[in-house]
Design a protein around this ligand. Sequence first.
Ligand code: DX5
Ligand code: ZN
Length: 218
Amino acid sequence: MDSRRIGPSVLSADYLNLGQQLQELEAAGADYIHFDVMDGRFVPNISIGLPILEAVRRGTTLPIDTHLMIVEPEKWIGPFVDAGSSTITVHVEATAHLHRLVQAIRDAGAKASVAFNPATPIAAIEEVLPLIDQVLLMTINPGFGGQTFLNETLGKLRNLRELVDRVNPDCVIQVDGGISASTIGAAAIAGASSFVAGTSVFHGKGSVAENIQVLRTA
Ligand code: DX5
Ligand code: ZN
């Protein structure tokens, strides 16, 4: 089996038919569900929150990977774990106490993941790398689905792969933003092992299952 994972982002799903879409994703072999939380403060957009997360938890047995794009994430770890998150991702740019926050995620019973934006250097997450289960290298500026993959993040991704192999080889490297059939290969070669995809899964040429298959073979 391939160790590479694909996690559809339900940010691009049809909320009126969310239960059905989750069943389609599961049948199509999605590895996990990516759940994007935006507060209109950390990013210039507001998305979905706890009640929808609870519904997603009831609608699938897949792991839920929650991406918090919010200020004061320390206030929200407990509620988002209780609502069903398997993994919680927090942004290094959103907290003054990343180490404490990572500990809090673990203590609440979820896997700990840290994200960093395109302009944030690897050094900002280096000290916590040995302590986390996943690192999310943003390949767009967070806030919206449907943006163009930033090619300039590939060099950073290669450097991150080197560092992760050295200090915590079990840590998953996830990429998020603009992942499609034309970008996923380059991201995989550069070192990513887990791929979030919204637009290309839900608004691609084929069915959800066909679109996921296209990503896997690309
Ligand atoms: C954007 C979110 C992404 C988004 C990706 O801030 O973090 O997860 O859903 O969407 P696409 O795949 O359309 O770039
Ligand atoms: Zn995301």
